[in-house]
Design a protein around this ligand. Structure first.
Ligand SMILES: [Mg+2]
Length: 389
């Protein structure tokens, strides 16, 4: 078998919203189709991937470096031992040939996007859901199809008042979520507290609020917020300072006893390891949000999970950023703690297969071959236009 073509296109996922750092009015992503010559159900198997929100499309890197490396490689060098399927680790090594270590930036997004499509193709060729394949190859053999999800929203947007914020959050509760998240750091501390209290005022018992500063704060501000936020029983306090400022994160742990979360902007196993080594994160309560679609894909994420194990961390402390089905499959296959979800944003790429309902903040993944994109009609329509034209 061989890869016949790799197609990519940049798609808009713009929204009139902002967090403490960026607005999403010009946000894009790369959509990739890996076309193989393997026939299933009468047509070639095509694997699909895309990068999650926040880092823009990566078309030029894919076109100039990663696509040609794969297509120019000897086809057999990309296969597993059976010779009947791709080996994602071999494909990854091929993409990363002639790449220096360190400097993990946009290329980790480009590689992660192609890597997602490779895994989708591999599971489709085996005729099973990716979560099943992952549980068999790297997990305990039995996937857990029920996955915790929380609703990420509470962005800053034009004309938003406290009532509109409450209405937004009520909408998530009405759709079955028990944990909701809102942004902080995009206004003054006093304004943020009014917004937090407005949300808390509508949360029923058993529901929780998480807050996310998107890396906005210096140490002084992060600690000021920590002291005030300590009065609430929050689900977590996310990404207070710059993602690479491990000393800030470690110091913050001295001022905040509740759960902290971070990691969505760490794009390699090495960066994740530095967080674990130097960031003061606590394996008994804190949360890790590394997103494979932004950080060299699942091949690298497997290395990150191994690293976490060596440092005494359970995969159940990982709740990835991004709201895509790839991380849902990893969560179900390898026992992560759950996945982010954006009920009203970044469509059609985010979300769940059609018909999947959130109940008590849990979704149950259907049994679809691959990652499951074919089960989401609006998303699959875009994919099919690229991969099966
Ligand atoms: Mg975040």
């Amino acid at each position: 078998m061989r890869i016949v073509d790799i197609r990519e296109v940049t798609r808009p996922i713009s929204s009139p919203i902002r967090n403490a750092y960026i607005d999403f009015s010009k946000m894009t992503l790369s959509l990739v189709a890996v076309v193989t010559d393997v026939i299933r159900d009468g047509k070639p198997v095509v694997g699909y991937g895309f990068n999650s929100n926040g880092r823009y499309g990566q078309g030029s890197l894919i076109r100039e470096r990663f696509r040609p490396r794969i297509l120019e490689a000897a086809p057999d060098s990309l296969l597993d031992e059976s010779g009947n399927n791709l080996d994602p680790h071999q494909v990854w090594a091929c993409m990363m040939s002639n790449e220096k270590p360190g400097g993990h930036g946009e290329r980790s997004v480009a590689v992660g996007t192609v890597d997602m499509a490779i895994w989708d193709a591999v599971a489709k060729i085996e005729g099973k859901p990716l979560y099943q394949l992952l549980a068999e190859r790297y997990g305990n053999g039995t996937p857990k199809r029920e996955v915790f999800v929380y609703a990420a929203g509470g962005y800053y947007w034009p004309g938003q008042d406290l009532q509109a914020l409450k209405n937004e959050m009520q909408g998530y509760l009405d759709r079955g979520y028990k944990v909701v998240k809102k942004k902080i750091g995009g206004g003054s501390l006093a304004d943020d507290l009014k917004r937090i209290e407005a949300v808390l005022s509508i949360l029923p018992a058993g529901c929780k609020l998480a807050v996310d500063a998107n890396g906005r704060f210096d140490l002084k501000t992060a600690v000021e917020y920590a002291k005030v936020l300590s009065q609430y029983d929050l689900f977590w306090y996310e990404e207070a300072g710059d993602p690479l400022d491990y000393a800030l994160q470690a110091e913050l742990a001295n001022h905040y006893q509740g759960p902290m979360a971070t990691g969505e902007n760490l794009f390699s196993m090495q960066d994740a390891r530095n967080l674990i080594r130097y960031g003061g994160m606590r394996a008994d309560r804190d949360w890790l949000q590394f997103d494979c679609a932004l950080s060299y894909g699942l091949v690298e994420y497997l290395r990150t999970l191994d690293m976490l194990k060596e440092h005494g961390w359970s995969p159940s402390r990982c709740i990835p950023h991004g709201g895509h089905q790839m991380s849902l499959a990893i969560a179900a296959g390898l026992g992560l703690g759950g996945n982010e979800s954006y009920p009203d944003l970044f469509q059609p790429f985010g979300g769940f297969p059609d018909g999947v309902q959130v109940k008590d903040s849990i979704v149950t993944l259907p049994e679809l071959p691959g990652i499951g994109f074919e089960g989401k009609a609006d998303l699959y329509a875009e994919m099919k236009a690229l991969g099966e034209a």
